[in-house]
Design a protein. Structure first.
Length: 190
């Protein structure tokens, strides 16, 4: 179905303070309870983050983008196959070269746009985490959990593989990029 991002915070976290920071970063909590997953946290509460669309889906997120399970191998060079297919259709050499050149330019443009989108999203995550965990933030530790749901957010049952503790630091970006599904990344200011 879809990837979803959950935020895990201490139960005593001020939700009004959290909302103020979430609003600043155009984020919101989705009001869904998943008792099975939440019972795996000791004194913490699970919140689903609302995505850019109405159903909170975070497919294509920068979080975990570079994890080996999500990396796709190098693309096969399809230009030879494309060339043969177009030649078979009776296209001229110059028309084929022009079409393949345009296709390559379009691919490069899309890759550049995707890279800019990821860079902007990563900066937003780092700023959100810094604001959330600062002295004026809403908590001293905050967990991120990425899971690919195949069913309902409230009914899906899965086990958290492990918890990784990360300091809020310059090296955090690398950890966020390589997040693994079903691993709780607990981030703290110190």
């Amino acid at each position: 179905m879809c990837h979803f991002i959950s935020v895990i915070m201490p139960v005593d976290t001020s939700l009004s303070a959290a909302k103020a920071i979430l609003d600043k970063f155009h984020m919101a909590f989705l009001d869904v309870d998943n008792q099975f997953v939440e019972q795996q946290f000791d004194g913490d509460r699970l919140f689903f983050l609302k995505g850019d669309n109405e159903d909170a889906c975070h497919c294509g997120t920068v979080l975990g983008r570079d994890h080996p399970e999500r990396l796709v191998g190098p693309r096969a060079d399809t230009s030879v196959a494309d060339f043969r297919k177009l030649k078979k259709k009776g296209w001229s050499q110059s028309k084929i070269e022009r079409a393949l050149s345009q296709k390559a330019q379009t691919t490069q443009r899309h890759e550049k746009e995707r890279a800019q989108k990821y860079e902007t999203e990563m900066q937003k995550w780092q700023e959100f985490l810094t604001a959330s965990l600062s002295e004026t933030g809403f908590c001293k530790r905050l967990g991120l959990l990425l899971h690919f749901y195949s069913g309902s957010l409230s009914d899906e049952q899965f086990r958290i593989k492990r918890t990784e503790r990360l300091p809020l630091s310059a090296k955090l970006e690398s950890s966020l990029l390589t997040m693994e599904d079903d691993v709780l990344y607990m981030i703290s200011a110190r």
